[in-house]
Design a protein around this ligand. Structure first.
Ligand code: ADP
Length: 482
């Protein structure tokens, strides 16, 4: 029965009872007014009428009360059931069903509600299945990459990790997923190093390839760190979601590189002997022990000597470079006065400076400069190379300055300044790379001197920097701890 029918019947019964009550009252009143109050028929008639009025009145009150109690709850109950069910659905409980039979309207509502809940459940199951399938697919892709990958959220929890990474790190999937990478790093050296690099504890320039022993062999990996950002459709500013650490296996390149280094080192070694023999023969020619040379022959032997010297310099530079690259650079430090290194560099460049009529000026506040504890051969080589560059890249008839100064905190700076053509700021970083030469440089060279110099200085925990302005000249500054 629907609510309308229920209400109609209830109110109808109530109205009928009230009408009956009124009729009885009126009849009773008529009896009272029509009958002589002292007649014997008046008493029982009145009594009967009163009984009827009382019965009908009590029935009216009972029906009224029943309706008062039952009617609101008959309407409220299904509404409450419906509201609760809607809340369940809102909380993603798509299994919720209604079974209201009290009224036809609510029975219809509950049937429609159940149909909607079933559709939502089907939809949810299908999207969930699709999402699970997509997740599985992504995991398969990540796992099929044979380079270690780790994904972290902003709180540094490990969200995903592929099999290769587990193998390289020596970890188990269940021990890492959803765990704090920083906590795992406490007992895993490799992860600790990566996390330190990721959060910027290790300066950019110092990032060395990682040497890892896995699968019974030594491998080299280059770490790449990516910050994952996401732009929401309603918000244009990208939001940081986490990080991905990717380790690129560079073992093959390392092996090729080391083969190249060995090759260069062997060739340079092998070249040194014949070049020295050429220089020795030239010295004999210059001595005129095998007879005097005519002017043309002298000019030719001079040119041969110049080129042989250059070849010897280049082989020396290549050997130095291979020493650094193969990690075989061994420092033999001893206490050295900076002025000794300066004098060595000047002596080594004297001939060249005279050739271009370049004045070498020394700035050296003798009494204030501490001694250095360095491999004097290596640091003298650096100063010689810087002074040679200053002379080679200066204009003829100009001057260069070589000097040393204390800069506080126990540091000493040794510098070489020239007033040549200077270096474009674009190249201030690259000139320290192997084989790099500023485009358009006409003076002959190998592009190795500055890179080796920086390696030598950094091996002493020092720094080599440049200050230069086009057209005004350059200053190379080597800073070392005294
Ligand atoms: P090389 O001088 O043998 O080419 P370097 O490594 O010593 O190699 O120098 C790299 C490059 O830096 C040079 O080719 C040159 O272009 C530039 N450079 C170095 N020193 C100076 C300088 N004092 N003035 C101008 N350019 C310089």
């Amino acid at each position: 029965m629907n609510i309308k029918a229920k209400l109609t019947i209830g109110i109808g019964v109530l109205v009928a009872m009230i009408v009956l009550l009124v009729v009885l009252a009126v009849v009773n009143l008529q009896i009272l007014t029509a009958t002589d109050p002292d007649s014997p028929a008046a008493g029982p008639g009145l009594y009967r009428a009163l009984i009827w009025i009382s019965v009908v009145g009590v029935a009216c009150i009972a029906i009224g009360f029943t309706m008062l109690l039952r009617l609101p709850s008959a309407i409220n109950k299904p509404i409450k059931e419906l509201t609760d069910a809607i809340l369940e659905i809102a909380n993603h409980n798509y299994e919720k069903r209604l079974n209201i039979r009290d009224s036809a309207e609510f029975a219809e509502v509950s049937r429609n509600f159940n149909r909607m809940a079933q559709r939502l459940a089907d939809y949810h199951a299908s999207t969930l299945a699709e999402m699970m399938a997509a997740k599985k697919y992504m995991e398969t892709i990540i796992n099929s990459i044979n380079e270690p990958i780790i994904g972290l959220n902003n709180e540094m929890e490990i969200l995903f990790v592929n099999d290769e990474a587990l193998n390289v790190f020596g970890l188990k999937r269940n021990d890492v997923l959803r765990h704090s990478a920083q906590e795992i790093a406490l007992r895993n050296d490799l992860l600790r190093k990566l996390i330190r690099e990721l959060i910027g504890d290790i300066p950019q320039g110092k990032k060395e390839p990682l040497k890892i022993y896995a699968d019974n062999k030594e491998s080299y990996f280059q770490a790449k760190y990516m910050t994952i950002t996401q732009t929401k459709t309603d918000n244009r500013t990208p939001e940081k979601k986490g990080y991905v650490i990717l380790l690129k296996n560079i073992t093959e390149f390392k092996e090729l590189d080391s083969a190249k280094t060995t090759f260069i080192s062997t060739i340079s070694h092998e070249l040194k002997t014949p070049i020295s023999a050429i220089l020795m023969s030239l010295r004999l020619l210059e001595d005129k022990r095998v007879g005097a040379l005519n002017p043309e022959q002298e000019e030719l032997s001079g040119s041969i000597k110049e080129n042989a010297d250059r070849l010897l310099d280049i082989t020396g530079e290549l050997l130095n470079m291979t020493q650094v690259e193969s990690g075989k650079l061994q420092l033999k430090p001893k206490i050295t006065k900076p002025i000794e290194l300066i004098e060595y560099a000047i002596k080594a460049n004297q001939v060249q400076a005279e050739k271009f009529n370049i004045q070498i000026e020394v700035e050296y506040p003798e009494d204030k400069i501490n001694k250095l504890f360095v491999d004097s051969e290596k640091i003298a080589w650096v100063l010689t190379n810087l002074l040679s560059n200053a002379i080679r890249y200066s204009h003829e008839n100009s001057r260069v300055i070589i000097g040393a100064r204390s800069v506080g905190d126990g540091y000493i700076e040794m510098y070489v300044q020239d007033f040549g053509k200077g270096i474009d700021p674009r190249y201030h970083k690259s000139i320290f790379d192997h084989y790099f030469r500023v485009p358009g440089t006409k003076v002959q060279g190998s592009g190795l001197g500055l890179s080796i110099s920086r390696d030598f200085v950094e091996a002493h925990n020092g720094s080599l920097t440049v200050q230069s302005e086009l057209g005004k000249g350059s200053t190379f500054i080597m800073r070392l701890k005294s």
